[in-house]
Design a protein around this ligand. Structure first.
Ligand SMILES: [Zn+2]
Length: 64
């Protein structure tokens, strides 16, 4: 299962609704990428599977 090691974000579930109102289960998966070393806001360095949002935030903090 795709889980972000930083924020714990995981899959969301819901239904696809067609024009004829037929509901089919679907899921929204987390966009997790494998990272070797990522420095967080608190100075902690993590590696593993991290979501794209957390990677972006980490890069933003690192560039300051
Ligand atoms: Zn995350």
């Amino acid at each position: 299962m795709r889980i972000c090691t930083v924020c714990g974000k995981r899959e969301m579930h819901g239904k696809k609704v067609s024009h004829s109102n037929i509901k089919t289960p679907r899921r929204w998966r987390v966009n997790v990428q494998k990272v070797n070393a990522l420095q967080l806001q608190n100075g902690e360095v993590v590696s593993g599977y991290v979501c794209s949002r957390c990677i972006r935030t980490a890069h933003k903090v690192a560039s300051k």
